[in-house]
Design a protein around this ligand. Structure first.
Ligand SMILES: Cc1cc2nc3c(=O)[nH]c(=O)nc-3n(C[C@H](O)[C@H](O)[C@H](O)COP(=O)(O)OP(=O)(O)OC[C@H]3O[C@@H](n4cnc5c(N)ncnc54)[C@H](O)[C@@H]3O)c2cc1C
Length: 219
């Protein structure tokens, strides 16, 4: 059994370029009353967000790749305007051991952690026996736990990122999702303040538990 930390790879983007592009799209609707060549593009974006003129935010997308647990994917794929490409269960065929994400909300060396570990070890044992005996991928899938590590690519336009963050970075979202998405939101807030400053998130979530953010390398 291999235990790993979750990680997020974020597509390289230029926040200012995205904001200027969106403002350019918006300015068509306002008869170019804003001179977006200056800092006025920020006012235009804020005006659009405040008045819920949100469709202009759909003109740009950002893609992230995450290694998170499969429970995260189960929750995120409910967002119908997000686009996903997710690792197939078939990949497990080549693994000699189950790859799991360390549970963010069960502290190590506690009774619950001990029970979790006992349970996933037993699952892995059964997984290996079934695999050895020739179980099909469809059969093996039936015993994969929510803790299983999954690679998922998520593309959203800016409007959908705002919606997704507003639902999935608050206290009500599962900690495994907060762990992955809060650091992404914090980054977006820094790089594109006019687009994300108003999105509230769980500021109490421990920073030391934030997933690592790395650049998404395209080869
Ligand atoms: C804290 C939390 C707990 C949850 N718990 C559960 C649970 O226990 N069980 C469960 O099944 N789900 C649960 N969900 C999932 C939730 O019900 C939504 O499916 C999910 O959050 C996606 O939201 P959305 O519909 O806004 O998403 P999107 O698909 O991203 O849609 C975006 C927006 O488009 C509009 N829209 C999209 N489709 C339609 C449509 N067909 N008709 C009208 N308007 C539409 C809505 O305005 C919607 O908000 C939970 C979500 C959260 C955040």
């Amino acid at each position: 059994m291999k235990l790993i930390d979750p990680v997020v790879y974020v597509e390289n983007y230029d926040g200012e370029e995205i904001m200027k592009f969106l403002a350019n799209m918006a300015s068509t609707c306002y008869n170019y009353e804003f001179d977006i060549s200056k800092d006025n593009y920020k006012d235009l974006l804020l005006k659009c967000i405040k008045s819920d003129h949100s469709s202009i935010l759909e003109h740009k997308t950002i893609t992230i790749k995450m290694i998170g647990d499969s429970g995260v994917y189960k929750d995120l794929e409910r967002h119908r305007y997000a686009t996903f490409s997710v690792e197939s269960i078939k990949n497990l065929k080549y693994e000699s051991e189950l790859k799991l994400i360390k549970p963010v909300n069960i502290e190590e060396q506690t009774d619950f952690y001990y029970e979790w570990e006992k349970c996933v070890k037993k699952l892995e044992e059964s997984f290996q026996i079934m695999k050895r005996e020739g179980a099909t991928e469809e059969q093996l899938r039936m015993i994969i736990p929510y803790s299983a590590a999954l690679e998922m690519n998520v593309t959203c336009n800016i409007r959908e990122w705002r919606h997704l963050f507003s639902l999935r970075t608050t206290f009500h979202a599962h900690p495994a999702i907060r762990q992955l998405l809060i650091p992404v939101l914090v980054k977006f807030k820094q790089d594109m303040p006019e687009l994300f400053a108003d999105i509230e998130y769980d500021t109490e979530f421990p920073k030391e538990k934030y997933a690592k953010i790395l650049p998404l390398q395209i080869i």
